[in-house]
Ligand binder design. Structure first.
Ligand code: AMP
Length: 482
């Protein structure tokens, strides 16, 4: 454990750190700050919540001159919330220095930002699109910066910001210090670092390197267009208590959670566009069991801590083994067992092998349950529920009605109907998902690949199974029926 005293930080910043209540440097700060203070470029592999912001904010503040009223450092971030958070953290740390950080992001009045820029902030934190906008308008000049930070670089690349980032960096002087932070280090990030950084030093906070033996890992080969139907079938068969489903993009998360709700599952989505309060609302719903499925992007799911997740579904295959390990680490905690299910399209099956190799685990291939098997599981769940209720003896008030029914009707018919009523009836609601191009699976992502496909539910080959099924079952009855 290192104190901030030992990191060679100047007095005003140390005072601010004390005010902020930080007692010791976090591991990423302990490793990154001393290197950054020598002026070297750094690649920091660390997730949100590790204190990475201060790890680059402190070196920025050590470098900028409070007396010079022009932009001396820039931090590029994927989302407006992050841009705001980073500025806030820098301003807290700069409390005794007379340095100002200004967030610049889309969605806010550009005139207001121009006014604020004219006041001469030394540090700018911003999202790529809006930063470029200001550069083009010449309301933001980066020709005198001495420090550039790329925060959550993997997320920025995921969002298709690579070109914007390159353009922004081209506006900065050759002679500067660059720091890149990213939770994962896929090839495109390494390429970016090679092109724009000068012998960077890698600083890594070791996440759990290998998968836990308490998590059983399986995969299904599924065509993109069939994923949603297969997911619903698996949810019916697996009947998870608490599940996290990972999608590749924010749009995917929104569409998936909407589609699941249409089919009567209790799901909500978590992604980087939600502010802290909205995230808390979703997470509380999940913790309290008001929803049992959380749909999330990698980034949004980092740092979430929920016990009792029984199933993780990788609706889209993770982009690299590290993300895979992070994702499936959401389950199988505290000695409990968990199940990790990954969908791989036929051309992604090779990635399963590389994930296995890197995570030193085995991912077993399984065949997709048939509709008949799904039905059987649903029935089995109803039988188990019935047995449980009988054993708990929670039926005294129904005894008289039961006895009267048994006088009039066949006992097998009555129990069958009771089971039918306890069974989840799959809903046949058509849903639309936008097809997502694979990210790092062989070919570069095209921003324009957006063919809408309609996935008509064919869950009931008999077709007539559900005249009454289409009416909206109430969420609670559905959950409790499970
Ligand atoms: P970050 O990973 O940068 O998003 O930081 C996560 C949270 O930890 C923020 O609220 C920081 O203010 C806080 N934090 C950063 N460094 C420290 C530290 N050394 N001790 C305690 N809290 C910290």
């Amino acid at each position: 454990m290192t104190t901030f005293q030992e990191l060679g930080i100047s007095e005003p910043i140390k005072r601010a750190i004390t005010d902020m209540g930080f007692e010791q440097a976090s591991p990423i700060q302990e490793k990154a700050i001393p290197i950054a203070l020598t002026g070297k470029d750094i690649i920091g592999q660390a997730q949100t919540g590790t204190g990475k912001t201060a790890a680059f904010a402190i070196p920025i503040l050590e470098k900028v001159d409070p007396n010079k009223k022009y932009v001396q450092a820039i931090a590029i971030a994927p989302t407006r919330e992050l841009a705001i958070q980073v500025s806030e953290e820098i301003n807290r740390l700069a409390k005794y220095m007379g340095v100002t950080a200004l967030p610049i992001y889309g969605g806010q009045s550009i005139d207001r930002q121009i006014k604020a820029l004219k006041k001469g902030p030394q540090v700018i934190t911003g999202t790529p699109g809006r930063l470029l906008d200001h550069i083009k308008r010449k309301t933001l000049k980066l020709d005198r910066i001495s420090m550039a930070v790329l925060d959550e670089a993997d997320e920025m690349l995921d969002m298709g910001f690579l070109e914007d980032i390159e353009q922004i960096l081209k506006e900065t002087p050759e002679e500067k210090q660059t720091m890149l932070f990213s939770a994962t280090m896929p090839k495109p990030i390494q390429n970016l670092a090679e092109r724009f950084m000068n012998h960077p030093e890698l600083v890594k906070i070791q996440a759990k390197a290998v998968t836990s033996p308490t998590v059983k890992q399986i995969y299904y080969e599924v065509h993109e267009r069939d994923k949603f139907e297969v997911l619903c079938r698996l949810l019916d068969v697996d009947n998870p208590e608490l599940a996290v489903i990972f999608g590749r993009t924010k749009r995917r998360v929104d569409e998936l959670s909407d589609a699941l709700n249409k089919r009567g599952y209790l799901a909500d989505g978590l992604h980087g566009d939600l502010n802290q309060r909205q995230r808390d609302v979703v997470m509380n719903k999940f913790r309290e069991g008001n929803i049992d499925i959380l749909v999330a992007t990698d980034v949004a799911a980092r740092g979430i801590d929920v016990s009792g997740v029984t199933h993780v579904y990788n609706f889209d295959i993770p982009q690299d083994p590290e993300s895979y390990v992070h994702r499936i680490g959401r389950t199988g905690r505290a000695g409990k067992t968990g199940l990790a299910i990954t969908f791989a399209t036929p051309r992604e099956t090779g990635q399963i092998r590389s994930i296995e190799k890197a995570s030193k685990g085995s991912i077993q291939r399984k065949s997709i349950p048939t509709i008949a098997e799904a039905r059987e599981s649903i029935q089995q769940a109803a039988v188990e529920k019935m047995i449980q209720l009988v054993e708990e003896e929670q039926y005294a008030q129904f005894k008289r009605a039961a006895s009267e029914l048994l006088d009039q009707y066949d006992s097998i018919a009555l129990v069958s109907v009771a089971l039918k009523m306890l069974s989840k009836e799959p809903k046949d609601v058509p849903v639309q998902l936008t097809s997502e191009a694979p990210r790092y699976a062989g070919r570069p992502k095209s921003k324009h690949e957006k063919s809408k496909r309609s996935y008509k539910g064919n869950r009931d080959s008999g077709g007539k199974g559900g005249n009454g099924n289409r009416k909206k079952t109430t969420m609670t009855s559905r959950k409790k029926n499970a």
